[in-house]
Every structure is written in C-alpha cells, then in structure tokens.
Design a protein around this ligand. Sequence first.
Ligand code: CP
Length: 311
Amino acid sequence: MKNFLNIHSDLDVNILIKEAIELKKNPFQFETIGRRKTLAMLFFNSSLRTRLSTEKAARNLGMEVMTLNVIDAWKLEFEDGTIMNLDKAEHVKEAAQVISQYADVIGIRAFPTLADKQKDESEFILNGFLKNASVPIVNMESATGHPLQSLADALTIEEFKTKHKPKIVLSWAPHVKALPHAVPNSFVSMMRTLEADLTITHPIGYELDDRITKDTAITHDQDQALKDADFVYVKNWSSYKEYGKVLNRDSAWMMTKEKLGTAKFMHCLPVRRNLVVEDAVLDSEDSLVINQSNNRTFAAQVVLKNILEIN
Ligand code: CP
C-alpha cells in the first residue's frame, strides 16, 4: 500500500480485515517493522480517537510519533501561483517537503469547509500534501472520507455478525451543528465492498452524493428501514444538495431503544446523548461504540503495517 486515502474498489478490504483480526490477537507481533521510522500526524481539526488510536497503532509497530496541531504552526497556503501577501506564511509545497525530511509517513486530518462544495471535493489539503510530500500519506479524516473509521467499523461488524450477509442500516440523526459527509461516505463505500444488505434512511433533502450511494436502497421511512436490522449505524450529516445546510432538527429521528429493537447500535463517536441517540441505547449491551473505538487501533495498525512493508 503506497498511501491510504479512501475506500476504493482496488483495496482488498477483506484481506485488511483478516490481517487486523490477527493483529488484534497479538498487537506486538510486528513490533520491529517500524523501528527507526517516524509517523508525523498533522491535525487541522480536533480529534480524540484518531489521534490516540493512530499513535498507539504506530507505537505497536515500533514507530516514533510526532503530532502537530496545525493551528500552532504557520498558516498554510494551498493555491498555486498566489502572491502570499495576506495571512498565509508558508506554502504546502515547502511544508510537505520539509515534513517529509522528518517523517516516513504523514497522517492528515482536515475537515471540509461545508461552505464551498467544489473546494471540499478537490480535497485541497490532503491532495496538497499528497502532491508535494515524498513519503506516504494516511487520511485521518478528510473533507469527503474517513477510511480508518470505516475499516474499524467493518472489523467490528465482522466480529459481531451472526449471519453471512447482515442487514445494515445507516440512519441519519438530528444534530445542532452542520456535520461533514466523510463518515457516512466511507461507511457506505465500505459496506458496498462487503457482503452486506445496506439500507440508508434519512429525511428528504439529506441525500448523500449519488456517486457514492449508487444503487444502495434509500428510504425516508426510518421505521421501514429499521425492520429486521442486524446493525444500525447512526450518524448526522448536513445536506449535500443544499451544501452544508441543516434542513431538519426533528427529534423523531433520534435513535431509541424501542426503534433499535434487537439490532446492534453503532456510531463513530463523539456522540451527543439524547439528541442523536438516547442514553438507554448507549448504556445497553447492544451498543458497539466502544468496540468500534478499540478497533480504530487495529485498523490504523494494519494500514501502517501495509505501508511500511512496501515503502
Ligand atoms: N471517530 C473519530 O474519528 O473520532 P475523533 O474525531 O475523536 O478522532
């Protein structure tokens, strides 16, 4: 694996999941593969899970880890040919090459603007580093995708499924803020590569990018979607069509114990209690959110191992 940027059809996800399951049995079995190698993690946005699990994964492989909160560094320019006479002090052309002198792998977290769809879809931050760095790049959640999360989610489903092709429902939930599409995008892409019966349910106006959902079953009737579900993945996202807007705050879309029935509950976290999902779900044995968070380490570890093996 040269870089890990998104979930795509050339990625053999089943092999990665199998490898992650083996790594989880003995996380230190490749503890020298990253000896004298350094992971630099660049955070343009906040993180709890990604930051700690990716650092843990790198250390399990023997890597050194450096973390830069980009807000503490020089403000970066990403446009080519700009006269840099405003507030941007350094261009990504230099920054990416400089960081490549100190690191063997660069992880990047950079959320979307949710104001400029074209700019967000250009993935200018992730691609700015990809183009100018001389070392592999790992997507730690970009404007349009969160592949490390969806790999951890797939691993969790593999561990808990009781049938070959489980019914999985991605259910929109209300939120007070406009949130990105990265998690649902990558979750849908991941589920479409696996043996899964996927249904998406959301209010009118919350259709995801149809280049990602393709022919996935979509309904605006949450009750109908949840019928016979094995796993229910709950997530808020802002409107894609009316880009970045919050069109609906209807609390009837919140996930409850009654609606969940016998299904397992999933969420990437962080989650707002009693807005997105009620306490009774999160505090029940049917919640897999801590399992998902634990699996973030093994998802990151299998990705870093694959990168170290060929770079
Ligand atoms: N799920 C997830 O990526 O969590 P953080 O934003 O805390 O990293």
